[in-house]
Design a binder for this molecule. Structure first.
Ligand code: UT7
Length: 312
């Protein structure tokens, strides 16, 4: 059985914070942020919009795209490190908002790799015929765990949600291969402090990512029986343009075939890959039967990559 994407969608809050806005808050500059990270602006959710609300907006789009009713969803997986509350899960909140009365629901915790972990999990449930339709959301309200007085982190992150419905697709399409991994020894480089704020050793995470992203991409390309030249589009986790470039160059992919939504949204952690995928499809950059590589890394440390052939 081939498992793939039946529908996709995304949501970003309307409020834009530019690099110039940040210059007024901390000792930084538009030039530093652009050249070191590739970020030009990010979206920030208002106080009355929590993680589950953004998840809901993205999920509605994915369901509509898949032409499915909420009652037809068997499982909801939400990848997030910024849930509304530790429990109930965002997945359960989403189940209620959607009226997805037949769905089991749980959150997945793998930081920025969360969406990849959720897709791989959904694939198992569908392949084993336990569930037919799995709704996945990668969503973060990182603004609520960001220390807005710390220039080394506050310039990097943004809020948003991306969603997908997974199910059976025609033979030859869908997920061709995947790889998940973790290295708990690096957990200390990216974590939530006791005061609730995000803490990061940027240089260590950078080194890990520059090594892992190309490596994990090559692995799934090989496992899928493809050559690097066969890859039509690359969707790397949108954390830093320099890390993304390292992956792109190693794969020999031209610049126009890599999503760069980091410019507009910054690093939205678990939401970054599904937002990028949804936008790339909506903008016509990914077409039917294109070979696409998704690759992410993040806190844990964790990583995940997927090779897929787009289309139902
Ligand atoms: O989703 C996964 C999570 N995170 C990541 O993937 C992040 C991975 N790491 C990175 O993207 C980069 O390491 C950063 C963008 C976080 C930092 O870039 P960098 O080139 O590694 O800079 P650095 O930390 O080595 O800092 C260089 C200088 C320092 O000043 P000194 O010590 O050279 O005088 C920093 O204090 O830049 C300074 N600096 C800033 N300057 C202006 C750090 N943050 C800022 C800032 N504005 N916002």
């Amino acid at each position: 059985m081939s498992v793939g994407f039946l529908g996709i969608g995304h949501y970003v809050p309307p409020k834009v914070i530019t690099n110039n806005d940040l210059e007024k808050m901390v000792d930084t500059s538009d030039e530093w942020i652009r050249t070191r990270t590739g970020i030009e602006e990010r979206r920030i959710a208002e106080d009355d919009m929590d993680t589950s609300d953004m998840a809901y907006n993205a999920a509605l789009q994915a369901l509509e795209d898949a032409k499915l009713e909420p009652e037809e969803i068997d499982l909801i997986l939400v990848a997030t490190v910024t849930p509304d509350t530790p429990f109930p899960s965002v997945a359960c909140m989403l189940q209620e908002k959607l009226g997805a009365i037949n769905a089991a629901a749980m959150d997945v915790s793998a930081a920025c790799s969360g969406f990849m972990y959720a897709v791989a999990t959904a694939k198992q449930f569908i392949e084993s015929k336990v569930y037919k339709h799995v709704l996945i959301v990668g969503v973060e309200k990182l603004s609520k765990i960001t220390d807005w007085s710390d220039r080394s982190t506050c310039v990097l992150f943004g809020d948003g949600a991306g969603s997908a419905v997974l199910g059976e697709v025609s033979e030859g399409r869908g997920i061709l291969s995947y790889e998940l991994g973790s290295d708990g020894t690096g957990g200390k480089h990216l974590y939530q402090k006791a005061d609730g704020y995000l803490a990061m050793n940027g240089r260590e995470v950078f080194k890990f990512a520059v090594r892992k992203m190309p490596e994990a991409s090559v692995h799934v390309i090989e496992k899928a029986g493809l050559q690097k030249e066969d890859v039509d589009y690359l969707i790397p986790h949108q954390a830093n343009i320099r890390i993304m470039e390292a992956a792109r160059q190693r794969l020999g992919i031209s610049e126009d075939r890599m999503n760069q939504s980091i410019k507009k949204y910054g690093n939205t952690s678990a939401a970054s890959i599904p937002i990028a995928l949804s936008e790339s499809v909506q903008e016509g950059k990914i077409k039917e039967d294109d070979n696409v590589v998704l690759v992410g890394f993040g806190g844990g440390l964790t990583w995940g990559s997927i090779a897929l052939r787009w289309g139902k």
